[in-house]
Design a protein around this ligand. Sequence first.
Ligand code: ADP
Length: 374
Amino acid sequence: MSILTIDHISKYYNLDGTNQERALNDVTLEIAPGKITAIYGPSGCGKTTTLRIIDGFEEATSGTVLFDSKNLLDIPPYERLTNTVFQHYALFPHMDVYDNVAYGLRIKEHISLFKRLKNNLNGKNKKVLKSKKQIEEEIKVRVLKLISLVGLEGFEHRNISKLSGGQQQRVAIARALVNEPKVLLLDESLGALDLKLRQEMEYELKKIQRNLGITFIFVTHDQEEALTMSDKVVVMNNGEIQQVGTPIDVYNEPANRFVANFIGKSNIIDGIMIKDLLCSFDGKEFECVDKGFKDNENVDIVIRPEDIDIVKKDEGFFNGIVISEIFKGVHYEIHVQTENRDFLIHTTDYHGVNEEVGLIFTPDDIHIMEKMEW
Ligand code: ADP
């Protein structure tokens, strides 16, 4: 079941009368309700355009967006089911925290008050109109709940300009959630925060999402954010989806060379799939766990740096010599030059430059992918 379906969306921007920029090419995506989806890819790959089409800020050149099976274009803007948190939070600087969060609700109340007044004047649907005091009391309950949810209790009457970046971020999130959107869209929303604050907000956002059960879709070019925050990652390149999967799937089983290269550093090797469960590269044959390729098909093979083990010289599949070593905090990142290539390896054991070593890996560590044309 999906709350949102992006169905064969393409988007071309008109640069001038004759030139067009292709931002999205035939993108199809199902968004599951109550989950966090990350749209991840390099700059210019079409992430923001996708988000803006979902939010109705941008119209697709072709294709449709369905919300709960209803065409987005048939839903009037004031009944939108989404809200967006931007990287630059666009808070109202002359209002305090409370008024910033209350703003959306007050606008909504005005619209519905206006509609009811109109109906009453026309003699239909005579409803008792709430007093301003009653409306403000109702707004207060929701606003205080949201302020507490984002951890800003006690800051209600603090001026926006007197808040830190992280606190402003929280106000922007509370403001976007106060109208109870079905889907919250976050456009590089944590991008302006420093690393520590960003990591803190990643946990906070996940907690808020779990508390409310709202669907979150966020755009990021930060790998850690994409992998740690999401239930599902959509990897994009050049206006097209490359892979959709859980963070573990896209990391462990990249669909192609682009994903393998973009998500984590990797060893990507030209190889041959001899037959099911048997591949070869660098002059040797290896058992693997993949099947379904043509016999002797040319493939791309990925071995993650943390999956290669270092053993004594002559005890591994290949011998090599350590050509560089950097301490990375938890592990060492080393390069080992074998006869055919330079292997990137992450290891918790120290191996100094010029040491002669052997390299091994298991069949599960070998990931086979269809060869990608560049
Ligand atoms: P991302 O968010 O992944 O960085 P965007 O969706 O912003 O990528 O952009 C995708 C492509 O569309 C890029 O090549 C970008 O230059 C182009 N693009 C985005 N917005 C416009 C616009 N308003 N006019 C023309 N080209 C645009």
